[in-house]
Design a protein around this ligand. Structure first.
Ligand code: PLP
Length: 452
């Protein structure tokens, strides 16, 4: 077990950060960021040499690990060839990235519009669906996260939306399946699936399905809880969309490119959406990149009518060159297979064992390298370890757990009352077990809050 790590003195990089860098989602005065000096594989370190095993993949994006030499080589080679070009030109890196993405995308999803990240992908997917259908309403699920630009924030169904309200008009929200905290008083997965689908059909009826351009959902809800849909749910949503001519937008920004052990999480249920949004794992964030994969039918809408949207850096060569290298890597290094092995043989069984040992673990759920431990004060009532959207003193039990992980050399991903276990897909079994052992140790802190 690693020993506690001393806090190093503040360096110039830290001081300049605090003086001049404005960080995401934070009260600026409260921040004390780690100055990351380097990284490799599943670990990163600071300027004083403190090292962490990365159980977060940063923001669930570093699927192939940090500083993969093949991605770096591709980036350097592209930098020598062509750094940037206007998006109305073609170039070899962008066209090859699009070809490789279309090759692994399901069904007739065959064209790619590149963006700089996930939120822009969502904005464009919705714009495409609205123009294709000539309708304006968009249905999105509570607990989904879709990004922080105006439209994407409006579609978000968790507290990260609140600060951007009032948002984009035309968004209607519905509840997706989440048996552990069922909105439908369901007690079985089948009930949860059937009631969630009946509820969605009701919402559509009340909104007038002929007004609805798209249903946007995360295939497996990520940031808001790793909610794996029951078998049959996505098939049911697909059927409702087909019935009413509604576009199904699968947000695979977090789940795409192997996180769930498949190219896309929709592959698990053999669903073909009309549009897929992606980012993160497409090139693991070595250069910002996201995009929308469109069906041939939607692309056809814009064959002779201009698409009313664009970005200066759409299809950026440096980003696309790393995507090409990354997509090749997934195959060469059999990363999907390893992700499935990690989920089935290492993470899943070990996390269920943690649930046996720790009364604070209310539920374990996940797939591939995408897992959550939902922490509670009482397994019977399922009272969460910290209240919904807690901050400050109310969030102290989770903050204590996070600090204990970091002090032991593990960088966790936590959200609300959950610990998400989302390391790089390339993590070795031994490294995964090392991180799980630290979780085992620190969960005793959460156990102390469990009512006797
Ligand atoms: N959609 C999902 C499912 C996400 O998880 C995220 C980010 O975490 C986004 C969209 C937004 O992506 P970005 O932060 O690249 O804009």
């Amino acid at each position: 077990m690693s020993t506690r790590q001393d806090v190093p003195p503040k360096t110039a990089a830290w001081l300049h950060d605090r003086a001049h860098v404005f960080h995401s989602w934070s009260a600026q005065a409260t921040l004390d960021p780690v100055v990351v000096a380097g990284a490799r594989g599943s670990r990163f370190w600071d300027e004083s040499g403190r090292t962490w095993l990365d159980f977060s993949s940063q923001l669930v994006n570093v699927n192939v690990g940090h500083q993969h030499p093949k991605l770096i080589a591709a980036l350097k080679a592209q930098a020598d060839t062509l750094c940037t070009v206007a998006p109305y030109h073609a170039n070899a890196a962008t066209s090859e990235a699009a070809r490789l993405i279309a090759e692994v995308a399901p069904g007739d999803l065959n064209k790619v519009f590149f963006t700089n990240g996930g939120a822009e992908a969502i904005e464009n997917a919705v714009r495409m669906a609205r123009h294709h259908t000539g309708r304006h309403k968009v249905l999105a699920a509570y607990r989904g996260y879709h990004g922080a630009t105006a439209g994407a924030a409006s579609l978000t169904g968790d507290p990260r939306r609140w600060g951007s309200e009032p948002g984009m008009p035309g968004v209607v929200r519905f509840w997706g399946p989440y048996l552990y905290r069922s909105a439908f008083h369901a007690t079985t997965l089948e009930q949860e699936r059937d009631r969630a689908l009946a509820h969605l059909a009701d919402v559509l009826a009340m909104e007038g399905p002929h007004n609805v351009a798209a249903i946007v959902l995360e295939t497996v809800v990520g940031g808001s809880g790793i909610l794996v849909p029951p078998d049959g749910y996505l098939e049911g949503v697909r059927a409702l969309c087909d019935q009413h001519g509604i576009m199904l937008v699968a947000d695979e920004v977090m789940t795409g490119f192997g996180r769930c052990g498949e190219w896309f999480a929709v592959d698990r249920w053999k669903i073909t959406p009309d549009l897929i949004t992606f980012a993160k794992g497409v090139n693991c964030g070595y250069v910002p990149l996201g995009g929308v994969i469109l069906s041939e039918r939607i692309a056809e809408t814009f064959a002779h009518r201009p698409y009313p949207g664009g970005l200066t850096y759409s299809g950026h060569p440096l980003a696309c060159a790393t995507a090409v290298a990354c997509l090749q890597l997934y195959r060469e290094e059999r990363i999907m297979e390893h992700a499935r092995h990690l989920g089935d043989d290492v993470l899943g069984p070990a996390l269920r064992e943690l649930q046996q040992r720790h009364p604070s673990v209310g539920e374990v759920r996940g797939v591939g390298v995408f897992w959550a431990l939902e922490l509670v004060r009482d397994r019977k009532t399922r009272e969460p370890l910290v209240p919904y959207n807690a901050s400050g003193a109310a969030n102290a039990p989770m903050a204590e757990l996070v600090n204990a992980c970091k002090a032991r050399g593990l960088w966790p991903f936590t959200s609300g009352n959950r610990v998400h276990v989302v390391p790089p897909l390339t993590i070795s079994d031994e490294e995964a077990r090392e991180g799980l052992a630290i979780l085992d140790e620190v969960l005793s802190l959460a156990d102390r809050h469990v009512s006797a």
